[in-house]
Ligand binder design. Structure first.
Ligand SMILES: Cc1cc2nc3c(=O)[nH]c(=O)nc-3n(C[C@H](O)[C@H](O)[C@H](O)COP(=O)(O)O)c2cc1C
Length: 227
């Protein structure tokens, strides 16, 4: 069994470009083989809770010393981490909000970056942080109102989605991450349609037979430029 974890962060029920593209990714994934399964987490409609003082105290207490109340404070986070470990591939739909990830996705990241579960910390070691997640790939579909946020694009310096997600996912051990951009939502019309078509082709390429199961990174591709 090869499992895909589908994470949607857009709160839009209709007209969400990232939801549309993530759905296409997941559908193509499911059709890719009889053992391909999908778990869905709708962060846009059911946002993970923000961290609390109790959560932090519990997370930084060694498991054997946790009280029942502490274990309860971490129960939801444990569920998300278990789900992550059970998955082989992740696909994330991420609307860019004010140049970064939406708060719902930030809340999810805060729940899964857990000392002792997804990374370890040894203050005495030469390299104090060790990622505990391995063998996973992530695909991130980013939706933007403008365009040209791809690395090398005219708005790349304003893109705090890709550097942040590469750092946070890399920190726990997910360093094979492929980004697909769909832009021009604010302009609509032909510009939007071109951008969507480009992203849709890229999703088709990425989910073509065998592409997502191979361990080597998918070849670089030319990114769409801002109109
Ligand atoms: C609150 C808010 C903030 C946004 N911030 C940006 C931004 O910083 N840069 C940008 O290009 N587009 C921005 N947009 C546009 C969205 O990124 C764009 O509509 C995208 O398509 C949203 O993803 P979705 O279609 O999956 O909902 C913003 C939209 C909203 C609602």
């Amino acid at each position: 069994m090869v499992q895909l974890l589908q994470l949607d962060a857009s709160p839009r029920r209709s007209r969400s470009h990232t939801r549309t593209l993530v759905r296409e990714f997941a559908e193509r994934w499911s059709e890719g083989g009889p053992g391909n399964t999908v778990i869905r987490r709708d962060l846009g409609h059911e946002p993970p809770p923000h961290l609390t003082e109790d959560w932090i105290a519990a997370a930084f207490t060694t498991p054997g010393e946790r009280t029942t109340q502490m274990r309860e404070a971490l129960a939801y986070s444990d569920q998300l981490v278990d789900e992550l470990f059970a998955s082989d591939v992740l696909v994330l739909g991420v609307p860019m909000y004010n140049f970064g990830v939406p708060a719902m996705l930030k809340a999810y990241i805060d729940q899964i970056v857990r000392v002792g579960r997804t990374f370890s910390f040894d203050p005495e070691a030469a390299a104090p942080y060790t990622p505990l997640v391995s063998g996973k790939r992530a695909f991130v579909i980013v939706g933007t109102g403008d365009a040209g946020y791809e690395m090398g694009g005219p708005l790349a310096s304003a893109n705090h989605v890709e550097p942040y997600l590469r750092t946070a996912l890399g920190f726990i051990g997910i360093d094979e991450v492929e980004f697909v951009y769909t832009g021009n939502d604010e302009f609509g019309g032909e510009r939007l349609q071109r951008s969507l078509a480009f992203a849709r082709n890229r999703v088709a390429e990425l989910t073509s037979v065998g592409a997502v199961s191979h361990r080597h990174p998918v070849a670089e591709h030319a990114a769409p430029q801002r109109d």
